[in-house]
Design a protein around this ligand. Sequence first.
Ligand code: OKS
Ligand code: ZN
Length: 320
Amino acid sequence: MKFVSQLNEDYIPTLEIDKGKIVKNPETPERLKKVLKYFETFHERLEVKNYPLNLLFHVHPKWYVQHIKELSEKSKDNEYLPEVFLKDRIFDSGTPVTFQTYNAALSAVNATLTGAEEIVKTKENVYVITRPPGHHATTDFAGGYCFFNNAAIASTFLYSQIKEKICILDIDFHHGNGTQSIFYENPEIVYISIHGTPEHYFPWISGYKDEIGEGKGKGTNFNFPLSGKSSWNEYSIAFEKALDIITKISPAILVVSLGYDTHIDDPIGDFKLESRDFFQIGYEIKNLKIPTLFIQEGGYNKESNFEAASNLFKNFEKEV
Ligand code: OKS
Ligand code: ZN
């Protein structure tokens, strides 16, 4: 399979408020360097192309995109952590803005669209190794280190090209509230997520089982909230159910919102998945036999990210 990378090394947020305290922001380029190095050794790289902003506007309104640009420009001398959430359209205190935020978020979108265009053309699997992540960004709110929703923009583009069902499987530790909300009334782009229960984990406000979609999209949104500390025993049950849903829907393309923060050694996520469990994840996604676009979301321990990625893709790519 091929990969695209855009780590935006000049975009380094430092601030975050967690439980009332200023802590170090973990969403840095460092976290993905070893994963990228591994991919560079064995895989063909696609050069990132630039796409018209129009593709972004299909998900985020123009004023919101402009607003993120202006917040970035305002942060030239000082990293900015908003206090008044409604005014600044950032819904949590873990998401500061730096002078590089807008360019980085836009570059991540371009990297993701590069992967999406490739999969439309070749039906071959692609992994987009990029940051900032996207799955918490709604049409007009940033949060959870996310500004533009890479997976949603890619899925919207994919649907516009092939006009067949798309499934998004979100296996980051956190619920992708942004992606869910963007497609909540859309039956063509189905969202399925396995995550730490919002009773105890970010993003707190969504990710419950009874959120099943609305209007025409009713019955096309699937949440599997799990208790923290879940290990493969509990996780695999939800994972099988998610795969069954995908098999039934039989989408033309599968988009995986891929977070490694489900690994036991991740400092933020609370699940107890071991490195070896990612072999199983790779094997089972491969067995769906659906062209798959993997898009990077969370994962904050450089070493466990590498182990999770290398194991997952080793089995995903294994010849049968
Ligand atoms: C606020 C907590 C922010 C946690 C953000 C989680 C980001 C993530 N202090 N999403 O998938 O990994
Ligand atoms: Zn996460």
